[in-house]
Design a protein around this ligand. Sequence first.
Ligand code: PEP
Ligand code: MG
Length: 605
Amino acid sequence: MSTNLHRPSSDPDQQILYGLVGSPGIVIGQVVVISRHPEQTQRHTLPNDQVAAELLRFQEAVARVENELIALRSQFSTDLAEALSILDSHLLMVRDTVILDGTLTLIKQKRINAEWALSRILAEIRDKFEHIRDPYIKDRFSDIQYVVSRIFNQLSGRQEDLLGALDEPVIVVSDDFSPEDTIRMPAKNILGFLTEKGGITSHTSIVARSLDLPAVVGLEKVTSRCVTGDTVILDGFSGRVYLSPTLDQQTQYLEYKRQHRVFSDELAGYIHRTSETVDGLQVRLSANIEVLEELKTVQKYGAEGIGLFRSEFDFFQYKDPPDEQQLYKHYSEVLVRLAPAPVTIRTLDVGGDKFASRLTGSDLHFECERNPALGLRSIRFSLKKPDLLKMQLRAMLRASVHGRLRILLPMISSFDELRKVRKMLSNIMEDLDAAGIAFEQNVEVGIMIEVPSAVVMADTLAAEADFFSIGTNDLIQYSLAIDRANEYVAHMYEPLHPAVLRLIKQTVDAGHNQGIEVAICGEMAGDVVTAPVLLGLGVDELSMRPSAIPHVKRLLRHSCSRQLQEIGRQVLKCADGVDVRNLLTRYLPTYYPEEFGNQCRNVTS
Ligand code: PEP
Ligand code: MG
């Protein structure tokens, strides 16, 4: 977003709800509230002779839900792989023994009605999920709740026709939505989504982003705070929702929205232009992705390749971990779609806080660690599970014939780790050769520079690595000793700390001295304030969320290498992050008057 855009101010008396940004955008409209609270049900004790009929009633309801889901599945086109896989997981849930047998046993043992038994089982499952810290897994409870709510509807004979019946454009409000909901909703009549549940990885957010509809999720009690027919402002940039806004606020927001449209249209003009400075210095602007569904946006925003494919999502978005053949298919698809542009696939980066709870109880499980951020994370984890790493590398190598693959190893902290993976790769290559399976012999193998030891040893590592990619999210965490997920020290997490900038510079120099490219794939790469600094430090590639590419490209195309180098030189002399920001407050408006105007709000905020 342009640094000159003006966001409307909020009135303290106004009823405002604060949630999480599920999908960006602004919309003003009337809401339709769809509330599902399956657990609000009554307990009835059954006479002995009615228990068998109750068991049958429950089994029949489940069978009807299963048939509904199968019918819905057949309506999805096969290119909606994400939605299909979610539906498959719902089908598995409706057949799940914890839910089915658990409910049947309760009906039998306690002689209670099916609704009450089912609500008890749901409450037990919820208790278990409450102890889960991983937000991705926590979000999956909403799937279980959704499937259970369908069984409730069948038991009570209620039909969910509200969503399908939307006949004018509205903002839909609910506890949460599933992919099935979204297929039933007439997309042309949906302005946006508001949900109580969910986070940025919840299905509502994923689906809303892929439909390009604004969404705010995680809004406490939103289903009871508004009533169908109320007007709201949904600000999908800040995560704010204004209930019954004044006309003045609506006018301000309409103006804000208009400015955004103008700005996005202007940025769209950069999508097909080359990524270079006015004096011809080329810098590759590539995309970070987590799931295959994002490939559409990668192409839409003109990415010149994938700088980071976080492969761990592939392992954890389905019930069972994928096998080599599934990985091969996914990797091949990305490579084919992007060819001949480079695709950088990172090996599994789990442990620490990432997908930690997903590992619990699984084949991938390790004991709880006292200090997980400094524990068995990333490449350390993979090297402890050589079969898993081998499978992933084999899948990558087999896919390498379909495009330009670059393999990326996360969180390398010693030369030995790189050497071990290299050795494993050459063994796999020998096996593939022996089996007559084609692969790219000269596939590039790069490492992520995320810990200070890798920076210190960058010259040595550069001799064995084909490229460096600096993961600034972690490099900041490990160099400043600031847990990136800890809100108590969040104010100290300073990407522009000169220590971080010097580490980046040292890495760039070490890489260039050995003739290898150095990329940045942390959040800093997609921020228009930090990007000029990174460019000034000499990086060759910036990899970011796809929608940020046009904005960074506009900045790059207004840059001149002499000025960037000047910024790079000056920031290295600063004593702390505040000095760097003050310096940028002087430089950026001078070098980029259009972007930063007379004030440099993004820099100082
Ligand atoms: C990083 O650490 O900067 C990075 C890109 O990796 P992740 O955010 O996945 O840890
Ligand atoms: Mg990282």
